[in-house]
Every structure is written in structure tokens, then in C-alpha cells.
Ligand binder design. Structure first.
Ligand SMILES: Nc1ncnc2c1ncn2[C@@H]1O[C@H](COP(=O)(O)OP(=O)(O)O)[C@@H](O)[C@H]1O
Ligand SMILES: [Mg+2]
Length: 172
């Protein structure tokens, strides 16, 4: 953190309006995160606070490198902040869960799996019954019109649309 010299860091806080009837779904308090690089520490989040009520559609906007993805990685449980905490429905986030999903910016499909097992991966990892997993994965592929792509590999899917949809479906 010593070498930080003024790059944009996500510090904005957004509180719900006082008359919001909904309980908070996501609540971040005092979140600090930094990465150790070859030239020292790089700060990503500094004293970040946010309170997101239920049913709110929220966009995090900020310049590249200000910490948006770092916050999302913490919310999805893929990473723990160095300091502070993020709570989901009142419980501190400690690990990933099926109650949260993320569509990565970069391609994140397993190239050795076809669309159906790619979509099914998260459910399988959750320990769900294999048959139920296959049914659910096939169902969500149908919903987005990818049922005919179920046995295709990522490289065989339409370059711009299907890989994105398959990634998104993995959240279901
Ligand atoms: N794995 C990493 N290792 C080192 N530095 C990282 C890593 N991920 C992100 N950073 C740095 O942390 C800061 C915040 O990055 P990030 O959360 O990806 O921002 P954003 O999503 O807003 O572009 C940036 O300075 C970025 O270079
Ligand atoms: Mg990002």
C-alpha cells in the first residue's frame, strides 16, 4: 500500500433512502483491499461502504482500476478483503454460494466441456443430485434458446452470443 500514489480507488458510498422498506441485501463496511505486485502494494478498495436494499438494480460505475471487480469478487466469495466485511442478508460472506452469480469479463467457460456440462458445473459443485442438475441445466439452456447447442464446445458456439449466454447460465 505504500506505493499508492493517487490512482482512482472505489470509495463511493451509497446509502439506501431512509424510507426504504426493504431490508439490506448486501452491506459492505470498512472494506479495504490491496494486491501485492512486483513493485509493491496496489490499493483496490479503501474504506469502501455500500448498503444495497432488496430489489434494487445497482450499477457500479467508475474508471478502470477503481476496484469494481474486486468488490464483485468479494461479494461472490471468490476473494476475502484484507479488512472490513461484506454481509449478504445479514451474514458475513465467507465463500461462494448458489445464491450469487457472476458473469466474468473474460471468457470463463471450460474449453474441454460442452455447453450443458459448462452450465451444470456450479450446480454439480453444490452437491445437487446429478439428475436434477442435468434437468436444470437443460431447462435453462432451453429458456435462452441454446438447447441445440447443449453438446457443442465453447469454440463451436457463435462467437459473440452463445459463450456469453452459457457463462450467464452457469449462475442459474
Ligand atoms: N490480481 C491482481 N493482482 C494485482 N493487482 C490487481 C489484481 N486485480 C486487480 N488489481 C489492481 O487492483 C486495482 C483495482 O482493480 P479492479 O478491481 O480490477 O478494478 P476495476 O474492475 O474497477 O477495473 C487496479 O489497480 C488493478 O490493477
Ligand atoms: Mg473490472
Amino acid at each position: 500500500m505504500e506505493r499508492y500514489s493517487g490512482d482512482p480507488v472505489l470509495t463511493t458510498s451509497a446509502a439506501p433512502s431512509s424510507d426504504a422498506p426493504s431490508p439490506l441485501v448486501i452491506e459492505a463496511t470498512g472494506v479495504n483491499h490491496a494486491y501485492e505486485g512486483q513493485e509493491g502494494w496496489v490499493r483496490a478498495l479503501e474504506g469502501f461502504e455500500i448498503a444495497i436494499p432488496r430489489n434494487q438494480f445497482l450499477c457500479l460505475l467508475g474508471p478502470s482500476g477503481c476496484g469494481k471487480s474486486s468488490f464483485l469478487r468479494i461479494v461472490t466469495g471468490l476473494m476475502k478483503p484484507i479488512e472490513g466485511e461484506v454481509r449478504l442478508n445479514g451474514r458475513r460472506i465467507e465463500e461462494p454460494g448458489l445464491d450469487r452469480g457472476i458473469v466474468f469479463q473474460e471468457p470463463a467457460l471450460f474449453p474441454w466441456l460442452t455447453a450443458l456440462p459448462n452450465v451444470a458445473f456450479g450446480l454439480e459443485m453444490s452437491g445437487m443430485d446429478k439428475r436434477a442438475v442435468a434437468e436444470r441445466a437443460a431447462q435453462v439452456l432451453r429458456i435462452v434458446g441454446l438447447e441445440r447447442a447443449a453438446q457443442l464446445y465453447p469454440y463451436q458456439l457463435s462467437l459473440w452470443h452463445a459463450p456469453g449466454r452459457s457463462k450467464m447460465l452457469r449462475c442459474c
